[in-house]
Design a protein around this ligand. Structure first.
Ligand code: HEM
Length: 530
């Protein structure tokens, strides 16, 4: 067979392997560099210094998205950057955010699958599914997070909050400082386990000794830039589908199958019960429709003895709001992933700012005591009526949004900000960059809860507060996140005054994972209020 590379080697008297190596190197360079001019060709401003294969991603590895405001100042309200060789449109203007998130929602319904490969158990997670599949699951989930459902969850959350507040006592007794993120993480883990599955894991008491929690923590440990699956799919996104075909995903597969089997077992136990406890698993099971289970799907073992139970709940099931068992399992796992770190991040920054702003802490304490005196206890309505508490929560999540960016993928060509966005292209919304932009938030580094007071509502630029995202694809767990953060903080503040410890930093540095987590932790002490 004719081999042009062998002919070249022969012609120049070179070893036969050399032209092959050179051709391979040229191809690799072309492959890695083929998107470098993407934004130039589209006439859009773009972040300079992109490299073949890496694009601008080395900057993200170094700084996360903490320097988004600098990029916004330099490149304007809409610009491009390359994540590996994937072009990303960054829209940093509240009006454009509204356009993408609401007005043109039908063209931007889906989120990017992060380019990662996902474990089979996780593939039906709300976060990842698209179009009508997303709509179906979201319908059930929205129902689960209604205020009526939240009201019924208050006693479960309060129980976790009491154990959470108890956990500060030992630090007071021993006159020791503590790291707030870890303690808040124990609390949010307890809340998810009890509101999601109706199980008590007591992380606040036993520091995550429960087998389920150990495995959930393994899932989080997988989310690191050192994970080879993340690295590979980030730089060569086309490998994601190949990995998925072999059942390889970003998450620790042992932990995934442990959790999936655990949920399976819980479902079986539930099927034997006649009364309906208040938790999300129960809600999802009530929407279970075995006809939706794909018999060819071997990624999860479908439970076959729940039929009796399902028949029982058919009466009160809305015909359209149905889920397959795969969807129930994926979304049970998602609740841990979406709700644990985000909510504990918000809470620990609340404690941080309250500790460094004693006047604000005392004002909040006054509101809490007066409201509870009025309502008799910390009921759902009492929490809802604490206006200052809400301002403190909003201002905290403005300054420290647990997710620094979110994204959308374009499903139909659409013009945004004067640029044609083509089907398949990805948009990023720089939440942190917008929250820190003085055009929308004067002196953005200052912690000022009054920005969110009713009388100042007119000063807030619509769609400039985006901690929970935007539009129909925004955070489905917002109500739970806000409620549990408030109950946790109120319960702790009633017993303790929070103060900075000797190791506290006033402005802790964030990690670079795009989540506003303090790299060296949040170090505090408590003083007794009694
Ligand atoms: C303070 C805590 C939280 C914050 C700041 C937060 C923030 C966010 C953000 C920014 C998004 C993307 C929204 C968008 O793209 O427009 C999101 C999506 C999501 N969040 Fe949260 N979240 C929090 C807590 C929770 C909790 C407790 C749960 C559930 C237990 C949850 C479940 C979800 C889910 C399932 C999605 C995907 C929604 C969809 O694709 O339809 N989150 N969250």
């Amino acid at each position: 067979m004719f081999n042009p590379l062998a002919l070249v080697a022969d012609l120049f008297g070179l070893p036969t392997w050399l032209p092959t190596i050179v051709a391979l190197a040229v191809f690799l360079y072309w492959y890695g560099a083929r998107k470098l001019d993407f934004f130039k060709n589209r006439g859009a401003p773009y972040v300079e210094g992109a490299l073949p294969f890496a694009g601008n991603f080395l900057n993200v590895v170094r700084h996360g998205f903490t320097d988004d405001l600098q990029r916004i100042n330099k490149y304007g309200r809409m610009f491009g950057e390359l994540h590996g060789s994937v072009p990303i449109w960054v829209i940093a203007d509240p009006e454009l955010v509204r356009e993408v998130g609401i007005k043109e929602f039908s063209s931007f319904t889906n989120r990017r699958k992060a380019g990662f490969a996902f474990n089979p158990e996780f593939k039906k997670a709300l976060h990842l599914v698209e179009d009508s599949e997303w709509k179906g699951i979201r319908n059930v989930m929205t129902h689960g997070f209604s205020s009526a459902k939240m009201k019924r969850m208050v006693p479960l959350i309060q129980h976790c909050a009491d154990e959470f507040a108890d956990s500060f006592q030992q630090y007071l007794d021993q006159n020791k400082e503590f790291e707030a993120k870890e303690l808040c993480g124990n609390f949010t883990m307890d809340v998810i386990a009890t509101t999601q599955f109706g199980i008590e894991v007591s992380s606040s008491k036993e520091a995550g000794n429960h087998e389920l929690i150990k495995h959930v923590k393994l899932l989080f440990a997988s989310l690191s830039i050192k994970n080879p699956v993340i690295m590979l799919t980030l730089f060569i996104p086309s490998t994601a589908s190949l990995l998925e075909r072999f059942g390889i995903g970003v998450f620790n597969s042992r932990a995934m199958s442990f959790i999936s089997n655990y949920i399976n077992r819980l479902c079986q136990l539930r099927s034997q019960k006649t009364e309906k406890p208040v938790n999300f698993l129960e809600l999802m099971l009530s929407a279970y429709d075995e006809d939706l289970d794909d018999p060819k799907d071997t990624s999860i073992s479908v439970i076959d003895d729940t039929t009796e139970y399902i028949n029982k709940v058919k009466d009160w099931r809305n015909g359209k709001k149905t889920l397959s068992m795969h969807e129930i399992i994926s979304n049970s796992i998602l609740f841990f992933i979406a709700g644990y770190d985000t909510t504990s991040t918000a809470m620990c920054w609340m404690f941080h700012e309250l500790a460094h702003n004693p006047d604000i802490q005392e004002n909040l304490y006054q509101e809490i005591e007066e409201t509870i005196a009025q309502y008799g206890s910390l009921t759902y309505d009492a929490v809802a009526s604490m206006k200052y508490l809400d301002q403190v929560f909003c201002e905290t999540t403005r300054m420290y949004p647990p997710a620094q960016r979110t994204d959308r993928i374009c499903t139909e060509d659409c013009k945004i900000g004067g640029h044609l966005i083509r089907k398949g292209e990805i948009l990023n919304i720089p939440i942190y960059g917008i929250h820190m932009n003085p055009d929308y938030w004067p002196e953005p580094e200052e912690f000022r809860p009054e920005r969110f007071a009713k009388e100042n509502a007119g000063d807030i630029v619509p769609y400039s507060y985006l901690a929970f995202g935007v539009g129909p694809r925004g955070c489905v767990g917002q109500r739970l996140a806000v409620l549990e953060s408030k109950i946790g903080v109120v319960t702790a503040l009633r017993r303790f005054r929070f103060v900075p410890s000797e190791n506290a930093e006033r402005h802790p540095k964030f990690n670079t994972l795009g989540t506003c987590s303090a790299i060296n932790g949040i170090h505090l002490r408590v003083e007794s209020r009694s």
